[in-house]
Design a protein around this ligand. Sequence first.
Ligand code: GLN
Length: 542
Amino acid sequence: MKQPKYIFITGGVSSSLGKGVTVAALGCLLESRGYSVAIQKMDPYINIDPGTMSPYQHGEVYVTSDGAETDLDLGYYERFTSPNYSRRNSVTTGQIYHAVIERERRGDYLGRTVQVVPHITNEIRNRIYNLEKENPDFIIVEIGGTVGDIESVPFLEAIRQMRYEFGNERTLFIHLTLVPTISAAGEAKTKPTQHSVKELLSLGIQPDVLVCRIREPMTKEMKAKISLFCNVKEDCVISAVDIKDSIYEIPKMYKEEKLDEVVLKTLKMDLRESNFSKWEEIIYKIKNPKGSLRIAIVGKYISLQDAYRSIYESLSHGGITNELKLEFVKLNPEELEKKNLQQVFQNISGILVPGGFGERGIEGKIRAIEYARINNIPFFGICLGMQCCVIEFARNVLGWNEANSTEFNPTTPYPVISLLEEQMEVDRLGGTMRLGSFPCILKEGSLAHKIYQSSQIMERHRHRFEFTLKYKKDFEQKGMLISGLSPDEKLVEIVEIPSHKWFIGVQFHPEFQSKPTNPHPLFVEFITAAKEYSIQNFGGLS
Ligand code: GLN
């Protein structure tokens, strides 16, 4: 077993500075030098996981292959680095306290008083040590929240203890801060960074590296000033400038700033040669598209930046592979209920309906799907999007006007989507859906089989409802093919319409398995179909 080096990343001054992407990008750079990494997110909230949180509170819930409902930063970790992350990589205050309190109830503490230090901090540290099983060179731990928050104090205390125990050749503290440009003064200001470092110092942590989010790269003088005030070597003050085109340029930006070099140097690790060519190629394709396409996304949370984060990223991977720039046309389904769809979709080359919960917006989604089906526009339905295309087909092709999911109408005469048997008895919301990776068998000769070029696939799930199997024949007789089933043939995983140019609905979430370096074939082929649609209907690409 190796003795891993621990890299801790904290944030200061403000939230939303891009800590998750910074962590993922550092992991990517270390991997490009032949090192192995494991990344962990520590979220200071008391929820056990974000699975029960509203998209307004949290953004997307990212699902790992072992079925953990996690923070969307796990998605960045998986897209930028190679490990397949699991529930071990996502820790919350809720989980820590839950474990400690369970132990206390069992009597494991033998009469002692249970305290934040050492019991809570030990549990935090044990979660970090848990990653050592994977034998990585580096364990990178992102501490969620902002320094100064009450909630993050036990996490900061735990990592302070780890520095004391392992010393500064095995631990490294990176602090991400903001250097705002005050428009009236026309100047970038370092004072908030100085204050943030002081706050960290008051908790016993001296950062080794400062990553400063800033509009323009810092001058040498600014770096020298920050270095002097914050006790951080000048070459360890790194500019993180805003990136215009794509987040996939961020590793390169940090590479040019030598972030990986200072990390390796500080931790006394060899500066192995960097093999960055596959990322260079991706960036080249992003910067030199051969045309562009408009893709519509129909979801009720489109006003939120992160509610469909993995969908946008996976679509962009399909765009990169096809060397096309994508413009996302984000549509609120409630508004589609009354609009003239011919106008709405007149210059759209593909329509995607993502996952979701609850009845709001369903009728608008169903209208959009009907429009895509009738007009041969490439259509991709994911989870709830798939369920809606089953409802649409039942109503408009099978003529079952009142067909619905029992999620929206429990007494419908045609419950074409209904609760999974295993879900009938479930009475708790948290962590009780069908979660994680399951196998799916593809029908030979189907579009899905052609796309995956395989007969068996594994995909991640997060749902309670399912296609009602007794209607399978009715659908197939009228032209909807069930092309993916669970191995016991009880669960419908993929539906498609063979007479349509490209129409697929999947019960699972392929967006959790796409990376720019390994794009998911469904997204790649959806964009290829949209490209063909654009060439045929608009006479080319825009
Ligand atoms: N609400 C649906 C279900 O629970 C779909 C879930 C989803 O889209 N993730 O089955």
